[in-house]
Design a protein around this ligand. Structure first.
Ligand code: PXL
Length: 297
């Protein structure tokens, strides 16, 4: 009897999805953190690989505890993946320790052609602090110069710019001056989000080497959402991995995030959780722009 072995190299599989490597912390509610990254990246058709930087104990009302993962373990997790598969984009979220920042900085410096989307998570939306002065200093010195797109909210842009200005002795005067300072510090682009401002609409502004590139105005949604920043940064990372130019990726990611928030649900007693898979339930196309919700300014 003869046996035939299948030649899987000839199997009619579609091309594999691009890989996004996420460095972020576990949020058991799956509202923010790694779980938000994985849901977002997978929802947009990429493969989410995940290096956990810290564990948290939290519910939808707040964070009770954070356990940073040993820096060596973070590096080992990432090196094992990077030696095995091609990574299209790095996405950085909550990092948890100076050792984590230093180890990740060294890893990404070995892949200078891979874009880096960095969401500089310093605190939760509910005010729980995730980064002390030393972590901030390490982020500014080691990660900003390697960042393709930084996605701070207004609180984060102020703290990062303050850290920088303390280094060179000058204080920033406005949010846009702070964003420009971060570009000067080495970020190729800064997407400053306006969720925390008390404006009627949410205005997100993209800055590059030559100043403001674009601003997008969104209808402000009524709820308080857990993980909106993680969703936005992960969505930009996914769109970049799919080959979209940066400014287009930024717009598509805002649209996707707005739709996820609009479809969000309240499972616990605290914040709403975005529905990154809104299109599964509604039959919507995650890529179709919502003409009602966005206005470029
Ligand atoms: O939304 C920022 C964020 C990122 N990562 C983790 C978080 C939070 C907010 O709570 O818990 C793990």
């Amino acid at each position: 009897m003869t046996t035939q072995s299948a030649d899987i190299s000839q199997a009619p599989f579609a091309a594999p999805p691009p890989v996004v490597l996420c460095f972020s912390a576990s949020d058991p509610t799956a509202g923010a953190g790694m779980q938000a990254d994985v849901l977002t990246v997978a929802s947009l058709g990429c493969h989410p690989t995940s290096v956990i930087t810290a564990l948290t104990v939290q519910d939808t009302m707040g964070v009770e505890a954070v356990l940073p993962i040993d820096g060596g373990w973070i590096v080992d997790q990432a090196r094992a993946l990077l030696e095995d598969m091609p990574v299209a984009v790095f996405k950085l979220g909550m990092l948890g320790s100076v050792e984590a920042v230093a180890g990740i900085a060294e890893i990404i410096s070995d892949y200078p052609d891979v874009p880096v989307v960095f969401d500089p998570v310093l605190a939760s939306g509910r005010g729980d602090q995730f980064a002390d002065e030393e972590i901030l200093e390490a982020m500014v010195g080691l990660l900003l110069p390697q960042t393709t797109l930084l996605t701070p909210n207004s609180l984060e842009v102020r703290r990062l710019a303050q850290e920088l200005s303390e280094l060179d002795g000058e204080g920033p005067v406005s949010l846009s001056a702070a964003a420009r300072l971060l570009v000067e510090a080495g970020c190729e682009y800064v997407l400053l989000t306006g969720t925390h401002e008390s404006t009627e609409h949410v205005i997100n502004s993209l800055y590059g080497k030559h100043g403001k590139v674009r601003a997008d105005t969104w209808d402000r949604l009524p709820g308080s959402y857990h993980g909106s920043g993680c969703t936005l940064a992960a969505a930009v990372a996914a769109y970049l991995a799919l080959g979209m130019p940066l400014a287009e990726a930024v717009v598509a990611a805002q649209d996707y995030t707005w739709r996820s928030l609009a479809a969000g649900f309240r499972l616990g007693m605290g914040q709403f959780i975005p529905d990154r898979l809104f299109w599964v339930r509604s039959g919507d196309d995650p890529e179709a722009a919502d003409e009602e919700a966005v206005h470029e300014t």
